[in-house]
Write a protein that binds this ligand. Structure first.
Ligand SMILES: [Zn+2]
Length: 170
């Protein structure tokens, strides 16, 4: 026995219909109630950014200088030993020119993202940040860059206390 299938074509919901209350419309305000601890190493790292300094942790066993800093050396299986201040200059390790925003919309001005190996840290130790004051076509791996900081009164102890990295003038 075959069953007759009835189709019920839908239609687009218009803003006017929503205003008229034709549909169930639930307003919900999300209030998150939690806090997150950054940990010993990253807390100090962020606090130093407020002062315009980038700090790292040194492991005296393998002599690597780790940034972002961590209190434990994952190669030596032992705690790291001391804080060291490193430079706010570095080298572009890798980069991306993104024409798509975080909301998946196409961007007129691309976001320039790079991993910057910082001077004074061990090879391949870098942070992810934005590039600025540079034409996208001029960015290259190995390019020397320098941090552009926010004004001291604008800093909040966040990675965004560095606005971006710009090419070092030759
Ligand atoms: Zn080590």
């Amino acid at each position: 026995m075959s069953q007759k299938i009835t189709s019920y074509p839908g239609h687009e919901i218009t803003p006017d219909e929503v205003k008229q209350g034709k549909y169930l419309d639930v307003q919900y305000k999300f209030v998150p109630r939690y806090s997150w601890a950054a940990g010993v190493a990253i807390s100090r790292f962020l606090d130093e950014l407020k002062g315009g300094r980038i700090v790292a942790r040194k492991c005296n066993n393998c002599e690597r200088i780790l940034v972002p800093p961590r209190m434990y050396c994952e190669q030596c299986y032992r705690p790291t030993d001391e804080w060291v201040q490193i430079k706010d200059t570095g080298t572009v390790n890798t980069f991306s020119i993104s024409h798509v925003g975080t909301d998946a919309r196409r961007l007129k001005t691309p976001i320039l993202v790079a991993v910057v190996d910082l001077d004074g840290a061990s090879l391949g130790m870098g942070i992810l940040h934005n590039l600025g004051e540079v034409e996208p076509s001029r960015i290259s791996i190995g390019m020397k860059v320098q941090a552009v900081w926010k004004n001291p009164d604008e800093r909040q102890g966040a990675i965004t206390d560095i606005r971006y990295f710009k090419p070092v003038e030759a």
